[in-house]
Design a protein around this ligand. Structure first.
Ligand SMILES: O=P(O)(O)O[C@H]1O[C@H](CO)[C@@H](O)[C@H]1O
Ligand SMILES: O=c1cc[nH]c(=O)[nH]1
Length: 260
C-alpha cells in the first residue's frame, strides 16, 4: 500500500478511452445542440402532459427513464434533459446527452441557502463549487474547489441581466450527503465562501470540462440552512420560479450554442 494516496478517490486517471465510452456506445441523433439540464421533474412532466415536449431518447437506467426531450422554450427549439439527482446520476446523464449530440448546456435546479441574504427569488449563478462529492474527482484532477466555465457563465449572466432578474454569482457546496449538513460543516463551508448547498454542480462542471463542452449553472435557493433550524421555505411549490428558470436557462443555452 506504500505510495498509494490515503483515499481511492485520489487515484486520478484522465486516460481515454474508458471501457464503456458513451461516444462509442450511443448513436448520435438529430437533437437541438442547445440543451437545458434540469432537476425540475415536475415542470418537465407538466410540459409533456400538455404535449409541449417530445421524447428524443429515453436514457433508461435501473431506476427508470431520464428522458431527453425536444421542446420550444426560451425563444427557440432546445433539448431538455430530465436529470437525476446526485452527482453520479447527473454526470452519467450529461455524458449520454453529449454523446447524443447536444453541445451547449445550461443547468437549472435548486439549492439550500447557507446565508440569510439569499431569498428564493434571488438567483445564484454557480461560479465555483467545493467538491465534497466523489464524481468530479474522476474527471478533473482531485482538489478542493472547481471553477466553472467563465465564458458560459458570462452568457448566462447576460441573459439574466437583460431580463432584469436579481442574481449573484458565487460558490456552492456540492455534497453527496444531504442528511449530513451539520452545523459544523455548514460553518466550515461558509468560511470557504459557499453561499448554497446542492448535489451536482461540481460533477457537472467537471464532466463538461473533461468533454470540452460549454456549461453554465443557475440555482434558486429553495430552502434555507442559514439559521439554527432548517426552513424548507415551500421549496417544491415555487412553480412560477421553476418554470421561469427553465425559460431563462433555455434562452441562455440557445445563445451559448449560437456563440460556439
Ligand atoms: O432542485 P435540485 O436541483 O434537485 O437541487 C437539490 O435538491 C436535490 C436534493 O434534494 C439535489 O438535486 C440538490 O442539488
Ligand atoms: O443538497 C441540498 C439541496 C438543497 N437543500 C439542501 O439542504 N441540500
Amino acid at each position: 500500500m506504500i505510495g498509494r494516496p490515503p483515499l481511492p478517490l485520489l487515484d486520478f486517471d484522465p486516460g481515454l478511452p474508458a471501457l464503456i465510452e458513451p461516444g462509442e456506445q450511443i448513436s448520435r441523433r438529430e437533437v437541438p445542440e442547445a440543451c437545458v439540464v434540469t432537476f425540475f421533474g415536475d415542470a418537465v412532466d407538466r410540459m409533456r402532459s400538455a404535449g409541449r415536449a417530445a421524447v428524443v431518447a429515453e436514457n433508461r437506467w435501473e431506476d427508470g427513464p431520464h428522458p431527453l426531450l425536444r421542446t420550444e422554450l426560451g425563444g427557440g427549439e432546445v433539448s431538455l434533459l430530465r436529470c437525476g439527482v446526485g452527482a453520479p446520476m447527473a454526470a452519467g446523464l450529461l455524458e449520454e446527452t453529449i454523446a447524443l449530440g447536444c453541445r451547449a448546456f445550461v443547468v437549472c435546479g435548486g439549492a439550500g441557502a447557507l446565508t440569510a441574504d439569499l431569498p428564493a427569488d434571488h438567483l445564484l449563478v454557480v461560479g465555483s463549487a467545493v467538491r465534497d462529492e466523489g464524481t468530479s474527482h474522476h474527471y478533473v484532477r482531485p482538489g478542493r474547489v472547481l471553477d466553472t466555465d467563465e465564458g458560459a457563465r458570462a452568457v448566462l449572466e447576460g441573459v439574466l441581466r437583460e431580463r432584469g432578474l436579481a442574481f449573484r454569482t458565487g460558490r456552492v457546496w456540492t455534497t453527496d450527503a444531504p442528511y449530513r449538513e451539520t452545523p459544523a460543516k455548514i460553518a466550515l463551508r461558509r468560511e470557504e465562501g459557499c453561499l448554497a448547498v446542492e448535489m451536482e454542480a461540481a460533477a457537472l462542471a467537471a464532466v463538461a470540462a473533461f468533454r470540452g463542452v460549454p456549461l453554465a449553472q443557475v440555482v434558486y435557493a429553495g430552502d434555507d440552512l442559514s439559521g439554527p433550524t432548517w426552513d424548507a421555505r415551500g421549496w417544491r411549490t415555487r412553480t412560477d420560479l421553476r418554470e421561469g428558470l427553465l425559460d431563462v436557462a433555455a434562452a441562455a443555452a440557445l445563445r451559448l450554442a449560437a456563440d460556439r
